[in-house]
Design a protein around this ligand. Sequence first.
Ligand code: PHE
Length: 384
Amino acid sequence: MKGIKKSVIALSLLAAFCGPHEQGSNGAASTAQSTIRVGLYGAFTGSTATFGQNTKRGVELAISEINGAGGVLGRKLELFSEDDQGKPEEAASAVTKLITQNNVIGVIGENASSRSLAAAPICQSRHIPMISPSSTNPDVTMKGDYIFRVCFIDSYQGRAVARFARDTLKLSRVAILRDVKNDYSVGLAKFFGDAFIATGGRIVGDLSYVEGDNDFRSQLTAIKTMSPEAIFVPGYYTEVGQIAIQARDLGITAPLLGGDGWDSPKLLEIGGRSLDGAYFANHYFPDEPRPAVQNFVTKYRALYHQAPESVAALGYDAVGILAQAIRAAGSLDSAKIRDAIAQTKDFQGVAGVTTMGPDRNPIKPVALLHVSGGKIAFKEWVKP
Ligand code: PHE
């Protein structure tokens, strides 16, 4: 934190001595050859590091394709990225640096809602469009008219999982185990619970933990006495993997249910076969035959030697939508780019087709995935 602040001050002084910025605060360029600067902030380290790292891969793939095809308005896109270590206060510093030091014309990020909520007011007050790839908490885009996302929101996702639990799995008794310090987790727990109850189900227990915990046995022991048919865990992959192992150790056989925060190559590395029988909601799945998906998966695998998870796909789509908006705006004026993003219609993305709603949230179907035999497979699309 201190180090970052110091270097921000040092850079401002340097910039002041070096004369005018290459790009003004609204991104207006002084030379035809200069690049169009795009910012990315995310957790590249910490317990959610795969979110930031894999979003960056998707973003870089999109930028290299766009640049390879001649760029945008005759100029190349240039990426500036900042690690926020998965901390909301660092997320705020990261976007401040991207906007004031790097003079980016738009910001991609964050993945996690709590971090997006901390950084969005800065993008809004500086009138720099922000596009979150995967923050699903409804409050994120309510921070202002410069704040967008390319994913569904948690009221929708919670309803989708509840409907799936009721209609497909035929469950009537579910316990919830939520991360109380995580806006996403708290919100999704509520939306799921409300929808599950509204359709005749019962929430037999509601327990909590905090990100960074690694012993969940007392909560799970309490849950076991409530004999639920499933446990809904709206958290992130590091804790979910450990919860799965400890639940099985305690003799709980009820499957776990979850949301998009489970999606990481680390989920099965940590939880292993303890996750067998679980279901979770997601934004996309890599085996979908749609050509947009298969082109992306093939290129991504060739570059990075692994299957892209949803944050990579959403990061890729966010850049595509930003580039399309800059073209439509015909300039780097941030208000015009904002207006063009707001008008995004039928964008054929990897993680579905995106049309921005009036509240800057797209409506997209939810992919329900099933863990079995130590693998993740597509189960069904849910459109609640
Ligand atoms: N939706 C989660 C949130 O808002 C973040 C997330 C989405 C993480 C998808 C990974 C994959 O906090």
